[in-house]
Design a protein around this ligand. Structure first.
Ligand code: LLP
Length: 438
């Protein structure tokens, strides 16, 4: 790999000026780095909106629930709201941020494999539109809360379809040995649905299945649609009535490197819709549930990029060259946690050949703090350069930590030549915010 950065890894608004410098959303990345400091997370607001619209066009905006775990802040929740999409929250904390943003509770779906009584109480109190029940214990908790006066919620049953997807083991969720959901194979999912349908403490809305994340093969979705359709047939037979909706989760993969070729949203939607429709017809399912999805990564990922500043270049003779930047596993743990691959380029020379092979390392006190093994960069990469890793909009900032007491980066949204800070950079004072002294 020696060519310039593959432009398909950059948001569609990316342009290179006559000097070879890259702008996104009309903002020069080198200037953003100088103006806001580094590390800096930059989102192309237009790209976020365009992705929301792609999904809305395929499924209907009200049937798309952005998975906020990929990236959430007040501005992001408001952007999703303004595009007419719903929101998936998986904890009381995500719910809190969504509500702080003024996100309408009825468009929220509340997930989690171990929602506490407190979290559930809050969800019921604000009347979130859907609660995805993940265990019999949770069904008990919901019923107890309703018995003590909470309004009865709309409930989806989380189904484990027994489908193994080809993705990192940590992000597979649809296989039998999963901590999520009720197994379809064992009969637990049917039992949970029967119970939800019969319970005066809930309105049984339908089924939910999420098989994993960074998924490229559409076959896994087709298998899931078949298992869910089969289960629907059984539910209709047992309860005598159908369901209103089926949510097939998120998971569509994105390109992190020039070698990645994820399916388009349109192909993904076509596969899901066709297979689910056909599978329901084969099983004689009578209800015609709405098909909903919960994309996270494929909305936030490609729209975001991270800017770092190169601080040290170290040639270890005969071994490798380390290019160390001013962030690392604290702002993007994905390479160290999942072995995730990224690419890098220099925004000052966005069309330059990248003929030098280096290892881009972070600044943390761990040898494993490597952002990119064998990254291709221009031969003249130097100390002081701004280095960019594209496609870092999902599960980077949302999984960021303060390891080594490193303050978390700022997040800016860029659009039409304007940049606005949507999450400010942490300061060293923030690091002491929770500390009680002696
Ligand atoms: N719905 C449910 C119930 C989920 O658990 C998830 C992701 C999604 C939707 C969104 O999936 P997406 O479209 O983003 O693939 N930290 C990992 C990813 C964990 C995904 C967790 N659940 C990573 O960095 O790869």
């Amino acid at each position: 790999m020696t060519g310039p950065i593959d432009r398909t890894l950059l948001p569609p608004s990316a342009t290179v000026n006559a000097d070879g410098r890259l702008s996104v959303g009309g903002c020069d990345l080198v200037e953003l780095a100088s103006g806001f400091g580094t590390p800096l997370i930059v989102y192309d607001e237009g790209a976020l909106r365009a992705r929301c619209r792609e999904y809305a066009e395929q499924f209907g905006a009200e049937n798309v629930f952005y998975a906020s775990k990929a990236f959430l802040c007040v501005a992001m929740a408001r952007l999703v709201e303004s595009e007419g999409l719903g929101l998936d929250v998986a904890t009381g904390g995500e719910l809190y941020i969504a509500l702080a943003a003024g996100f309408p509770p009825r468009r929220i779906v509340f997930h989690g494999n171990n929602k506490s009584e407190e979290e559930l109480r809050r969800g019921l109190e604000v009347e979130v539109g859907r609660i995805v029940a993940d265990s019999f214990d949770e069904l008990d908790r919901i019923e107890a809360l309703v018995a003590s006066g909470s309004p009865a919620p709309g409930v989806l049953i989380r189904v484990t379809p027994g489908v193994e997807v080809g993705t990192h083991a940590h992000i597979q969720t649809g296989h039998e040995d999963s901590k999520f959901g009720f197994s379809a194979r064992s009969g637990d999912a049917l039992e949970a649905a029967r119970r939800a349908a019969a319970s005066p403490g809930m309105r049984f809305l339908g089924l939910h299945a999420h098989i994993g994340s960074q998924v490229f093969d559409l076959d896994s979705y087709e298998q899931t649609a078949q298992v869910v359709a089969e289960l629907l047939g059984e539910i209709e037979a047992v309860t005598g009535s159908g369901v209103e909706e089926v949510n097939l989760g998120g998971g569509l993969g994105v390109a992190y490197t020039g070698d990645d070729r994820p399916p388009s949203v349109a192909d993904y939607a076509a596969a899901l819709t066709r297979e689910f429709g056909e599978a329901c017809a084969r099983r004689g399912v009578e209800s015609e549930p709405t098909l909903a999805v919960e994309p996270g990564r494929s909305i936030a990922g490609p729209a975001g990029l991270t800017l770092y500043r190169v601080g040290t270049i170290k040639d270890v003779a005969g071994v490798r060259t380390y290019v160390a930047v001013d962030g690392g596993m604290s702002d993007n743990p994905r390479p160290s946690v999942y072995g995730a691959r990224y690419e890098a380029f220099l925004p000052r020379a966005a069309s330059a050949e990248r003929t030098r092979t280096v290892t881009v390392a972070g600044k943390h006190c761990e040898q494993g703090d490597v952002l990119i093994h064998d990254a291709a960069l221009p031969a003249d990469v130097s100390v002081g350069d701004v280095l960019c890793t594209p496609a870092t909009g999902a599960y980077a900032y949302s999984m960021a930590s303060n390891y080594n007491a490193q303050p978390r980066p700022a997040v800016v949204f860029v659009d039409g030549g304007e940049a606005r800070v949507v999450v400010r950079r942490e300061t060293v004072d923030d690091l002491l915010r929770l500390d009680q002294g002696d």
